[in-house]
Write a protein that binds this ligand. Structure first.
Ligand code: SF4
Ligand code: SF4
Ligand code: SF4
Ligand code: FES
Length: 989
């Protein structure tokens, strides 16, 4: 349905409830709108969008259309108000566009000056009496250029919800404040970059832009100031239009050397996409705008952590081990050696004596080729990827109950749920942009949030209910709550009757899971568990999010299953705002598994032991395929130790740091007869290689990634591969061809064409359908129809019904005892990706977060005489590390937490070889240690500049009403404003 609105005399169709500014923008009616940003909504600080509606002056950004509304955007009154509002803005901003790094055709202040044909400024520019703040390593704030539009405040308060920024409108000269007035570098700012992204001028700018974007902006500051004065000196004579013409000519010249290329973040499973602006190999900035998963959002890694691309220690020559040392080799020699040795081992010991590990940081096409190399060329299903270390249990839980191994819906569903339950996930640090959507819905829309975690992380602090179960007991409380719901008439029986199998048998399995049993096992009060049960059962729609705090346990698959069981009993599938969301960790961990980098599945989760499936692939690939499941990562290391596995080919994976029980893993790697490692750096794992092949990172190649929402997105090549390195898909093809494969892929799109032809799950995926920012969420039918929300027509089983899966509980492995008396948890840190092999190469990140640490509770610190900075030795049954303590109430009692960001003292020296029984995912989170206090005390492992020491200033956005209450504020175009203008500018020019 539409309604009619008359705009400047023309009848125009409008959507009911839309804002006038949206209608005008869609209709192509140009009006100024400096503070308006579609993803921020109306913040109403600039007043430049004034129009007449039904005879009254209104802000178009804040006015909802009405049927029959008469709008004039060009009446004398509207134009005068727009001009007056913009004059006030120019009083806060010096126009020196030609020598400004923001003069790139998209500067809102510049473009509005032109739109309004401003020739002279009525309100003279006054610099503000505050210094430029450059204390953040990634961006700087220039108060004198700040037009006080408040977009940055709105973004920080209500999109990122870090609540660092504010404008104290009551100040004589307001400016943007960090933590109410701290230096940026000492504030709670997490450097997510939202504020910089939305700033409509050069007040907030990425440091990587400064002196780089313009032709005249790299000159020394004194000369630059001279030029600025010169430009300003011309204005009284020539007016702004002449100055703008010169600057536009300069901006057009920039087009010839600045490239903007869309890519997808390589760090985490949220799948943020953005344009990367480059000049030669220099990254000017990352500009998010219309990514389907992230819009304007990024975290510090996606926005600022790309220095590794041009790191001087990138590998550019293949390396061959000779006499215990590596020497450089030609590609020809290295590839020939790889092919010869793989062929020899296969001929001597059979195809199953070789194993292949794909990378969940690389593209779908690359995982596909790697598993094709293993299966079709070598003839083994010994093929895996690092989802084995994190996500496989969640996939099993979903396969058992609902049928697809992926998130049930999209991030938008999580945002719109009435209740979000987060279990074992430090979402704000591990999936930062996804977390912003929950924080926003919680803050602005009253979404309820329950968090179950060992640590009081940011989401726990924000939660309506935070519960801290004993380690490894999530299955118990989940099952007890489910039983309570069934017993107390709170279950969705109609849903169960229509859509779910196995209720009676499942109910029997709940016999032991009373609330009292759960209270005892989990250490949680019965009343609190009952409160959680009622919140979950009575919520309109529930999304459950979980991550490695659930999956990296010996009961990981069963606990994931218990989550899905609870969702089924409460009817929280099949509708928007509901479902199961195992948050995928790596950028493409979903895609690597989807595309067959698993020992039991060909691409699209098609079983290797299904003859019909094999027949299809055999016809497509023209080979005979192995028929039984291969070895997973965990079994591969066991098989090396047992002498069954002789050779391995691995790419983009730090197995020697990320697998558990590292001492066992590296001694296995050292036993391999032949080991090929393909990476962009000489990784820790390379130490054990016989041949190292230099690969190219995501910015140097094309392909697709699949994010946690099952969303397939294209990445485009930003840079040429660094000379000497090659994209992984080309290297894998080269190896396959030397083994006789005769592959001839000229571009990743050709690989995807083959994937789609063999895999029903991706039947309709084409590069055309993924062009630019377009994306598809699998399953994708042949006609291109995708499924952002799964199960709307039934579950992925033959009868379209889900299954309740009976479960029982067993104790976690290796619980604390008298000797190893402390529980050690571990996980990610916002600033670093995993061990930090990429992120430590960003000096700004290294400066703010230079090292790992172990979090110690205040009570344990008191008992053991530990302070922040005290060196301690953590000793487990499997190894030891030396690390500094950080005393914090994020952890409690005898529970420790160690982030992963260390290559020197990786936490996995301490973790065990215990695994989830179903998937062999290591039980990383079931580690007990003893803590020995060492005599030295160092500095606090987190420097004062780390955001964790900041003091946020939460408020409801920019709070423009406080501006309107200022004694000197007048609505532009009103008589009071006219009187003021006459006073300050009596000549009226
Ligand atoms: S957290 Fe920092 S970088 Fe992010 S929006 Fe707020 S002030 Fe800007
Ligand atoms: S710094 Fe903030 S308030 Fe100032 S111009 Fe930029 S977005 Fe607007
Ligand atoms: S790391 Fe994750 S949240 Fe951060 S920008 Fe990249 S994809 Fe987005
Ligand atoms: S765009 Fe409407 S007040 Fe700024």
């Amino acid at each position: 349905m539409t309604i009619s609105v008359t705009v400047d005399g023309t009848v125009t169709e409008a959507k009911p409830e839309e804002r006038l500014v949206e209608l005008l923008n869609r209709a192509g009616t140009k009006i100024p709108q400096v503070c308006y940003h579609p993803q921020l909504g109306p913040i109403q600080t600039c007043d430049t969008c004034m129009v007449e509606a039904d005879g009254a002056l209104v802000r178009a950004c804040a006015t909802v259309v009405r049927s029959g509304m008469l709008v004039s955007t060009k009446s004398a009154r509207a134009l005068a108000a727009q001009r007056e509002a913009f004059d006030r803005i120019l009083g806060n901003h010096m126009l020196y566009c030609t020598v400004c790094d923001n003069n790139n055709g998209n500067c809102t202040v510049h473009n509005t000056t032109k739109l309004l044909s401003v020739e002279h400024q009525k309100i003279p520019f006054q610099p503000k009496p505050f210094a430029v703040d450059s204390t953040n390593p990634f961006y700087r704030y220039d108060p004198s250029q700040c037009i006080l539009c408040g977009r940055c405040v709105e973004a920080c308060q209500n999109v990122q919800v870090n609540e660092t920024l504010s404008i104290r409108w009551e100040d004589p000269q307001p400016r943007v404040l960090w933590d109410g007035g701290a230096a940026i570098g000492e504030s709670s700012c997490v450097s997510c970059g939202h504020c910089v992204t939305v700033c409509p001028c050069n007040a907030l700018m990425e440091k990587s832009m400064l002196g780089q974007a313009g032709f005249l902006t790299s000159i020394p500051l004194s000369a630059l100031n001279g030029l600025i004065d010169l430009v300003k000196g011309l204005e009284p004579e020539t007016g702004f239009s002449a100055i703008l013409k010169v600057s536009e000519a300069e901006a057009a010249m920039r087009e010839s050397r600045i490239r903007r290329t869309k890519t997808v973040c390589t760090y985490c499973g949220v799948g943020c996409s953005f344009d990367i602006w480059t000049k030669d190999r220099h990254i000017l900035k990352v500009e998010p705008s219309e990514g389907p998963a992230n819009g304007i959002s990024t975290c510090v890694k996606g926005k600022f952590a790309w220095d590794f691309i041009n790191s001087s220690d990138r590998l550019t020559r293949p390396l061959i081990r000779e006499g215990g040392k590596f020497r450089e080799a030609s590609w020809e020699e290295a590839l020939a050696l790889v092919a010869r040795r793989l062929a020899e081992i296969k001929a001597r010991s059979g195809p199953d004596s070789l194993a292949f590990i794909s990378s969940s940081k690389c593209t779908n096409e690359e995982s596909y080729l790697m598993q094709k190399l293993a299966r079709a060329v070598i003839g083994t299903n010994n093929m895996d990827n690092c989802s084995r270390y994190c996500q496989s249990p969640a996939t099993v839980g979903l396969f058992r109950t609902v049928g697809y191994g992926g998130d049930s819906g999209s991030i938008k569903d999580i945002e719109q749920a009435s209740l979000v339950v987060i279990i074992g996930s430090n979402t704000a640090e591990s999936h930062p942009v996804l977390a912003t959507r929950v924080k926003k819905a919680h803050k602005l829309r009253g979404q309820k949030l329950i968090v179950f975690d060992l640590r009081e992380n940011e989401m726990a602090k924000r939660a309506d209910l935070f519960l801290h179960p004993k380690p490894g007991t999530d299955l118990v409380w989940l099952s007890a709550i489910t039983r309570y719901i069934l017993e107390h008439g709170l279950a969705k029986t109609a849903f169960l009757d229509q859509w779910v199998n196995g209720l009676e048998e499942y109910k029997k399995s709940l016999d032991t899971f009373t609330m009292e049993f759960a209270a005892d096992k989990c250490g949680l009060p019965v009343e609190t568990l009952q409160e959680a049960a009622h919140l979950i059962a009575e919520a309109e729609s529930v999304c459950m999010l979980w991550a490695m705090g659930v999956t990296q346990h010996s009961m990981g698959s069963d606990t994931s299953t218990a989550i899905s069981n609870l969702l089924l009993v409460t009817g929280n599938y099949m509708r928007p705002g509901t479902g199961a969301y195992p948050l995928r960790g790596h950028n493409n961990v979903q895609g690597a598994s989807d595309h067959g980098a698993m020992p039991n599945f060909l691409p699209g989760y098609q079983s290797v032991d299904d003859p019909l499936v094999r027949a299809r692939f055999e016809a497509g690939w023209n080979v005979k395929l192995p028929t039984t499941k291969g070895l997973d990562n965990h079994e591969m290391i066991e098989a090396v130790h047992q002498g069954q596995l002789k050779g391995m080919y691995l790419f983009g994976e730090e197995i020697s740091l990320v697998d558990s029980n590292l001492n066992f893993v590296v001694s296995g790697l050292a036993k391999l007869e032949f080991f090929v490692v393909q990476d962009i750096f000489f990784s820790d794992t390379c130490r054990f290689a016989d041949v190292v092949l230099p690969a190219s990172p995501s910015l140097e190649k094309e392909g697709t990634f699949t994010n946690t929402e099952r969303r397939i997105q294209r990445l485009y090549q930003v840079f040429e591969p660094l000379p000497g390195s090659r994209p992984d898909w080309q290297i894998i093809q080269d190896v396959a061809n030397r083994l006789g494969a005769k592959w001839n892929y000229g571009h990743p799109s050709e690989i995807y064409r083959e994937i789609a032809s063999l895999t029903p799950l991706f039947a309709g995926v084409t590069y055309d359908r993924l062009e630019g920012y377009k994306s598809l969420q699998w399953p994708v039918a042949a006609d291109g129809a995708d499924e952002p929300l799964l199960y709307t027509k039934g579950f992925n089983f033959p009868d379209r019904k889900a299954t309740l899966f009976p479960l029982s509980y067993s104790q976690p492995s290796e619980p604390p005892n008298g000797e190893f008396d402390l529980h050690l948890n571990n996980g990610r840190l916002l600033e670093h990706f995993h061990e930090g092999t990429l992120t430590y190469r960003s000096p700004g990140i290294r400066e703010k977060t230079p090292d790992t640490f172990v979090e110690v509770s205040p009570e344990l610190a008191l008992e053991r005489g530990i302070q922040s900075g005290t060196w301690v030795q953590l000793v487990s049954r499997h190894g030891q590390v030396r690390v500094r303590a950080l005393v914090t109430d994020r952890v409690r009692g005898k529970e420790l937490y160690m982030p992963m960001n260390s290559t020197e003292n990786p936490v996995n020296r301490l973790t065990s070889s215990q695994v989830d029984k179903i998937t062999h995912t290591p039980a990383y989170k079931e580690t007990s240690v003893q803590l020995r206090v060492l005599p030295e005390t160092g500095e606090n492992p987190l420097p004062r500049s780390n955001h964790r020491f900041g003091h946020p200033t939460p408020q409801m956005g920019v709070e423009v009403e406080r501006k309107w209450k200022r004694p000197d504020y007048r609505v532009p175009g009103t008589q009071a404003a006219q009187n003021d203008a006459t006073k300050t500018n009596p000549n009226g020019d």
